[in-house]
Design a protein around this ligand. Structure first.
Ligand code: SF4
Length: 390
């Protein structure tokens, strides 16, 4: 896993044709706002072109970027290229929904320099797709995948979801097997998490839907990790897997260059409503409202809703939190900044949650299950265990 020293550019395209009941990403279904959004995005890009002159990754995320019309996507890309420089070999990803995929749209993506597609598949099981209220069927996904390959895309990522109510390990294995039959360069396997304020969250709170318990979720996670690594995929981050690239014998994998920047604390600029940015120890984020985003830019102001400058302790904890999620792990030096860290480390090793490889401390598969809690073991000022019990 490596990434160049350029920052990454994320563009949040907060429009979806329909809203999935489990989703808590910021997005709206009112397509009449798209035109004003594109104008505002152009203005916002202008604010940052001196601060972020060049990128080597561009990620068009959402929302559902592929739902935009062809002229709208072309306008957006033209404006970005007018304001910023993109390095040669820049990774350009667009998130797409299977039922938006047409030969014309794929041809446009290629013309615009898109070289990586991230497809929101979620499942190949029709009943699961209906439960998730996705607007595509498994058959549509399979057709989209054939069209994508026929159009010449050679870097394709599939997003899949496990831990659905009533889902069996066999059903999940079937989805993984079907996914692998398309030989994707990248796979993301996300556990269904349900935020309280979503429609599905309210059904769970009301007892009308029951999610799998923690042990079952653990089994889904370990099955995913074991199955995909047995099929040659590199488990390079908790939820992400990449297969080896064309350079035989090299360590080049199809990791998502853009997302690696988040985990390695490389600077990135986020444009669009609700987008986050990070540079020089400072983090800032935009209004999570198309209306406020546009009116702020109309008035000549950056649409920044909040910001923070990280303290050295916050930076250390963030480095631990991000590092434990990846196969690169955390440097022993960072771990040992905490008094008493060696004793904690030895406990975690004995529990089979981490291993030490040269000067890196790396979460094992069992450790990745609780990756979000591992930093808490090193969080207390006196080095004793915090609330990060496993
Ligand atoms: S398509 Fe994606 S962003 Fe849109 S509502 Fe569904 S999960 Fe959320």
């Amino acid at each position: 896993m490596s990434c160049a020293n350029y920052p990454g550019l994320y563009v949040h395209i907060p429009f979806c044709k329909t809203k999935c009941p489990y989703c808590d990403f910021y997005s709206v279904t009112d397509e009449t706002l798209i035109s004003a959004y594109l104008t505002a995005l152009d203005t916002e890009a202008r604010f940052y072109r001196d601060q972020f002159p060049a990128f080597d990754s561009l990620f068009l995320g959402g929302g559902t970027p592929s739902w935009l019309g062809e002229a709208q996507i072309a306008e957006l890309m033209k404006n970005l290229r007018r304001h910023f420089t993109f390095a040669p070999e820049c990774e350009v990803t667009i998130e797409a929904n299977p039922d938006d995929i047409t030969p014309d749209k794929l041809a446009l993506f290629r013309d615009l320099g898109v070289n990586r597609l991230s497809l929101g598949v979620q499942s190949f099981d029709e009943a699961e797709l209906r439960f998730l209220q996705r607007r595509h069927t498994a058959a549509q996904t399979e057709r989209a995948l054939s069209l994508i390959r026929a159009a010449g895309f050679t870097n394709l990522g599939l997003d899949l979801m496990y831990g659905l109510p009533g889902q069996s390990l066999d059903a999940w294995t079937n989805t993984l097997e079907t996914a692998l039959s398309f030989n994707p360069e990248h796979l993301s396997g996300y556990q269904l998490t349900v935020a309280a304020e979503t429609p599905l969250g309210r059904r769970v709170a009301g007892g009308r839907v029951r999610l799998p318990d923690e042990e079952t979720q653990r089994q889904f996670f370990l099955l995913t990790a074991n199955f995909l690594t047995a099929h040659g995929y590199l488990h390079y981050e908790v939820a992400n897997f990449a297969r080896q690239g064309p350079q035989a014998g090299s360590l080049c994998y199809y990791c998502c260059r853009h997302n690696v920047k988040y985990w390695t604390r490389t600077p990135y600029l986020g444009l669009g409503p609700a987008a986050h940015s990070f540079q020089a120890g400072r983090r800032w984020w935009n209004f999570a409202s198309v209306g406020r985003y546009c009116s702020s830019l109309d008035a000549g102001r950056p649409p920044v809703a909040g910001q923070e400058s990280l303290t050295p302790e916050q930076i250390r904890l963030e480095t631990l939190a991000l590092g434990f999620r990846t196969r690169e792990g955390v440097s022993l030096g960072t771990i040992r900044e905490q008094p008493g860290a060696d004793a904690i480390l030895s406990e975690l090793e004995q529990a089979g949650l981490v291993r030490v490889d040269h000067d890196r401390v790396i979460a094992t598969s069992d450790g990745l299950v609780v990756a979000d809690r591992l930093p808490l073991w090193f969080a207390d000022g006196d080095g004793r265990l915090g609330s990060g019990e496993t």
